[in-house]
Each structure stands twice: as C-alpha cells, then as structure tokens.
Design a protein around this ligand. Sequence first.
Ligand SMILES: Cc1cc2nc3c(=O)[nH]c(=O)nc-3n(C[C@H](O)[C@H](O)[C@H](O)COP(=O)(O)OP(=O)(O)OC[C@H]3O[C@@H](n4cnc5c(N)ncnc54)[C@H](O)[C@@H]3O)c2cc1C
Length: 375
Amino acid sequence: LIDFRDTPDEADFRNRLRAWVADVLPTIQLPSSVDEHDRAEGPWHRLLYSGGWVGLSWPEKYGGRGLEATYEAILSDVLSEAGAPPPPAIGFLGRALQMYGSEDQKERFLPGLLSGEVQWCQGFSEPDAGSDLASLRTRAIRDGDVYKVAGQKVWTSRASWADWCLLLVRTDPDVRKHAGISCLVVDMRSRGIEVRPLLQITGSTRFAEVFFDEVEVPLDQRIGEEGEGWTIAMTTVKYERGPADIGAIAKDRRALGRLEEMQEHDLLPDSAPQVLGHLYMQIEVLRLHVLAGLSRRVLTGGAGAETSVDKLLMIRTEQRLGHAALQLLGSSICQGEDQDWAFNYLHSRAASIYGGTEQIQKGIVATQILGLPRS
Ligand SMILES: Cc1cc2nc3c(=O)[nH]c(=O)nc-3n(C[C@H](O)[C@H](O)[C@H](O)COP(=O)(O)OP(=O)(O)OC[C@H]3O[C@@H](n4cnc5c(N)ncnc54)[C@H](O)[C@@H]3O)c2cc1C
C-alpha cells in the first residue's frame, strides 16, 4: 500500500522551502517575455543554489545533499505552486558525469554545473537522428591529443548561451552503429562552432542548430571509454526531467484553478463543468502515478520503464489543458496582457516530441511493460 502523504521530514522540508520562496520571490523580477524567461534561467539557478536547494539528490561527495528523489519532486512542486520558475535541468548531466566521468573530470565540471556558474547543453539529436539516435553522424577523429569533430546537431536547447555541451559523436564508423558512439564534453566557445538559433512557435529561440567544423576537443574531455557513448546516453536519459521534476502537476493544478475561478464567476460557456471535471481527473491520475513511481524509485533506487507512462500521462494532460483553454476562452487567449494560455497551448505541442516522442514512449510501454513483441 502506498501512502501518498509527506513524511514528517518531507513536510518539514516543504515548509522551510515554502518560507524561503515566499521571502525571495518578491525580490526578483519574474520574466515577462519568452526571451527574458530563457535568459533568467542562469540567475535563478544561482539564487536557488545560494539557498541550498540545488543538487538535493546528488551524493554529498559531489556537493549535493544526498536526499531521495522525492525531495527534488517537492522542490519542483513548491516552486510551481508559487508561480516561480522551475529548478535547473541538471539531473541528467550530473548523472552522466558522476557515473562515467574520471575523478579529474568530476572535480573540473561538477561544481560549476551544480552552482549554475557554468551553463550546459545537450548535443544529441541531428537532422537524421532523433528517435533513431544511434544513426548519428557527427564524427570525431583522433588527431594527436585531440579529437577533430565535424557535423551538425539540431534542436539543441540552450546552445545559444551554454558554456559547455555534452556531445554524442561517432568515433568508429566501421562497427555496429550503437558501438561506434562516444561522449565528449565540448567548450561551446571552441573555434569552428557555429550556433544558429531556431525560432519556435512560442516565439522562443531557446533551441538552435549547432555546426561543428573540425572543432578540436582534447582527449581528456571524453567521458567514459571510446565506444561507450550509447550506454552513457541510454543510462542517463532516464534521469531527464519527468513530470515530477518539472513541477507539471502543480503547474497544471494552477491552470485548472484559474479556469475554475472563471467558472465560478460565470465567465465560461455551459460546457465548462464537464471539461473541467475531465481535466481534474486527468491531473489526479497523473499525480498519483507520478507519486507511485517516486515511491518505487525510493524503494528500488532506479528509474524504470514506468517513467514512460508518466510521460504519456503528462503529454495528455498538458495538451488537453491547452485545448480546454482554447475551447473555453476562444481567441481571447491570444489577446491582452495575459498570454500564458497561448504560450502554454503552443508549448504543450512540444511535450509529445522532446525527451522521446509519444510514439517512442508507447513503444517502450508495449515492449518493456506489457511484454508485447517488437515489430
Ligand atoms: C522543445 C524541444 C527541445 C529539445 N531539446 C533537445 C536538446 O536539448 N538536445 C537534443 O539533442 N535534442 C533536443 N530535442 C530533440 C528531440 O529529442 C527530438 O526532436 C526527438 O527525439 C524526436 O526526434 P526527431 O525530431 O528527429 O523526430 P523523428 O525521430 O524523425 O520522428 C518523426 C515522427 O516519427 C515517429 N517515429 C520515429 N521513430 C518511430 C518508431 N520507431 N516508432 C513509432 N514512431 C516513430 C515519431 O514519434 C515522430 O512522430 C528537443 C526537441 C524539442 C521539441
């Protein structure tokens, strides 16, 4: 039986965090445009770090607090509930460096990643290698004590302002495609890198194309062994942010609460109660599934295929919320000062693509949870 309530320690943590957020939030200027939002990430990361709220589940020897994943989820929940920006997305990068980096690399890269002094991006996807990531073609050839990297990445979030990139490259074209991939950390200011921002439908230029023209990367910036890149990527993408880590539930509840308030003031059409009822149920199903997954993670220590179910429930909830707002509020969501609805509606379209598409998640559920044969 799962108890979905906070333990006394968790409740105490939640209260202290709420008090901290209530203190600092009025002192910072919340971003008002999409671009401001993107640029505010670094300062917000550093502020959270100064309060001791970053790296909660990181081992203490790497500067973290050694707490369970539940505390990261409480952090996201409290921030989201207060309308604050989400915590920084460093869990996956941290795992890659902690699990596969040498002691020197950990000492060199982990402190800046944790404190937010150094910003990172993730260079995996390419024009012909998204879902089929193992087909990536950006190549790295050894030349003395450097790799020379040539090729192109795409959809690289934060590339325009990141200092470092965790990059997947092909170091051996002659072996099975999964076995020829390696993982490098690359200084984004290296000669030969060109970043071309891409405009998203939301107005953000948060992601970019990144071109590599014989970029020199020292050999000691390879993470793990040559040919180990695929294992590193697949082990650590499980720690990419799921619904719990982005505060999706609190955010969805806030949005639903705003619609319910309008309903109470008779500002919505007659169809509203049914639409809002469905949304309430969906958010509850998402919440309970995410909490059950967190309990399992605490008990078993790892993230498993059930995170794909969380992701599918999150996609459905976010996209239905966006649709509901459009259905109930009509074109007014695109006018006036409050453009949040329009932004969230447009942004929710990306939920079924990033971090593994909806179809890929369904494939994982089919083969790894339901035990259906691979097609
Ligand atoms: C907002 C956003 C941020 C992103 N940030 C980053 C980032 O920081 N770094 C990075 O490396 N990448 C990033 N990505 C890229 C993302 O990982 C890819 O878009 C995603 O993996 C899908 O790849 P693709 O776009 O090439 O689509 P494709 O893989 O070409 O897929 C096209 C369609 O075919 C379907 N499809 C493909 N293969 C299968 C299959 N085997 N079974 C069933 N259906 C299938 C897909 O579901 C999809 O509907 C980001 C994407 C978005 C939207």
